[in-house]
Each structure stands twice: as C-alpha cells, then as structure tokens.
Ligand binder design. Sequence first.
Ligand SMILES: [Zn+2]
Length: 442
Amino acid sequence: MASLNGLRVSQTDRTDPSSLGWPIHVKPVVQLPKTPELISATLKRAGRQELFFRTCRESFQSTSAFCLWIIHEDLCDEYPPEGWGPPPESPTPPPFSIETISGSGRGMVASRFIKSGETIVVERPIVIYPIIYGTYDERGVYGVVEDLLEAGFPALGETERLLYLDLWNCKTLTGTLGNQIRGISRMNGLCTRFTRSKHLPFYAGVFPSISRCNHSCGPNASATFDEETMATRLFARRPIAPGEQITISYIDTEIPYAFHQEELKTKYLFTCPCNYCKPTKPTKPSRPFKHPYWNIANQTTNKYVDLPAEIYASDIRREQIAFRMDHAKKLWVEWLSPSSKQSDKDLVQFHEDAMVILAQEGLESKRISHIAYLAHVCAALKDEGGFRRWGSILISLTGWPEGRDRLEVMKTWKDWLCDPTISPAWGLRLMARGKAQNTPPA
Ligand SMILES: [Zn+2]
C-alpha cells in the first residue's frame, strides 16, 4: 500500500490505467456497421424485429408532429411515443443566416462574431431513420426505410414538411414527391446515436438549419445529438468571424486527401472545395518538430507523392493526428513503468505538437484528449500548477465525449481539479522512478 497525503490506495489499483477514467480508460465504442456483411449480421442478431414509423410530438395535446422517426423495434419501449417537451433553448436571434454560397448551394454563414465553444443553434430533427445500409439498395432494408419515410411524411406538421422539402436534393432523384423525400434524406442526414439501442444505435437525422451546413475538411463547428431531448446542438470549435461560412465534417477527417475526395464524391456527389483541399497555407509546419515520434514511416501517403506539395504535407499531418491518437495510451503506460527510458519532456512535447498539428489542419475538435493527457502527466509528476492549468482548459471546453456517462466523467474531472491529490494519477511517475532507483541493476 502507498500512503499519499493521508490517502491509502492499493498500488495495483493505482498503476492500473483503467482506474484513471477517460481518456485513458474508455468503454469500447460501438462501431457503425459499414459493410453489407456486417449489416446482415446486425439484422440477424436483431431477430424478427421490425422497423416502423412513429411521430414525435411535444405533448399528447400537440396537434402536429415535429419529427417523423423510422424506428427499430428495440427502441420502441425506451421512449414515449409523444411528450418530448418543448424544444430546448436555442440562441435568439440566431447568430447566422442561410445564404447562397458560390458553387455549394446554400449554406450557413455567421452574422456576428461567434466565440469558440458557443452554441450556434439547437434543433430537433424533422426526419430520423436508422443507418443500416452500405449502399442505397432499394429492394433491401434500405428500401423498407425509404418506403416508411414516404408513407409517414404526411403525418408531419405543415411547417416541418415545407422546411424539409426546401433542403438540398440529390440530383439523381427528382420528379415525384416520393423521390424528393428519398433524395433529401440521403443527402442531408447527420449521424446521431441512441445508446439504449441493442441492435441499431446509429440513426441519421435531417435538420432544418444544421443540415444546411456545408462540409469542410477542417470544420469550424460540430454537432452533438442528445437522445433525451431528441435535439442536436451545433457549436463553434474555434472563433468564427462575421461573414465566415459555418462548416461541419461529413467524413472521417484523418484519411488522406485522395480517399476523402473519393468518399465525398461517391456519397455526396461533390469535389471538396474547402481551403484544406486547396490549401493556401505554408507547406512546412509553422514550427519545427524535433522529437522521436515525428519520424514515423508513412505508408499511405507514399502512394501519392505526385500530389501538390501542400496537399502532401497536409496528408502527412493528418496521418500524424491519427498516429498520435492511437499511440497516446501506449506511451502513457510505457512512461509509467519503472524501466521507462522516456523523458517527461518528450511525452509533453508529443501532446503539445499534436495540438499544433490539429490547429494547422483545422481539427481543434480533436485536441480535448491531448489536453486531458497533459493534465494526467502533470498529476503523475505532482505538478499541481500544471494540473490545474490543463484541467481548467479541459473543463472549459465543449465537445466532451458523447454518451450517458458524460456528466459523470466531467464531474470526476471537476473533483480532481478541486483537489488534485485525489486524482488516481497523482505521483504515479515519481513512484515508478523511485522503484527504478531501488531496484539493483540485473
Ligand atoms: Zn476539403
């Protein structure tokens, strides 16, 4: 047993990374089934359960529905069919307007300065349906979803129907009202998650304003869905200037240029015109990276050496972002072992550089876990000032990991900030170092 500031904590518990909570110990994330094989396996697991449509109203007294929900049977008893309450508060007047964007239809534009972390809009979906397809197979399950959308559409309120039909439509599906409904759902769905679902937790929601946001590979905003209020909050990831377009990302942003262009073209029928795909920024990082983790082999990008230098440099940075996310936990565990040769400075540099790269690629949304690691590093070194500095930044950030235990995770960090010595990481590195000094060389 180790005694630290009056706390007696079993040493095995303290060195076990799982006692440190997020981001070091995280529950496995359910992945979206992406191939036809995985989808049929998912449906097989779901047994003979069915999909049908349900209308969501504010209360039993409401005369019109705000949302048409194509729901899988495993969620039917989890939520009341009606009675979602009035819509959650959204900023008034809204800090944006919907405007025509040259070459990108209509989009959302900031009408005043928006602070980093500020809520831009909170909206409920007009239509929400399960993501259970790999391709738009009209004879398969996806066809069933689209038939239900068409059948349920008249049950929506008139305002919602008009807002929905005004959204951008996929070019290949026009003509009948049914085709219009299908085309709009395919092009405007944002991924949402229902954690209570056993089989199909991922749904796509179509929103009146948030679905207007255009894509950027370095988005300045993000959307998070709250299943308890059936509403999505759009918030700024960095300061947004008046007149600047508000963007989100439709895809995984760490993949190289060639792959993400292909994905956007196949799924959303456009070639990405964002600044990160036509970079005007310098080809070299704004400060040099001098530490062992920068020089990793990069196998993916080597295939695209004929790309313009700026795009190539951006690919390498994005690969670094994924690499640093994957290796953070490994490095942490290694650093805490008595035999570790890793310097404290190198580990700090690893995370600080990650944040520089994230800012260069416009991916500030991903910095939150690096900040949490830096706070843990300070705790492990009993550096109270450092822990408070990083911890306060962490608490002030929006965009904590989604899920039902989110509030609990935030509360734990707030408690540690009140008294850093109760953090399970407190002094871990010093303890490991002490052990190493007491062990005679073999
Ligand atoms: Zn782009």
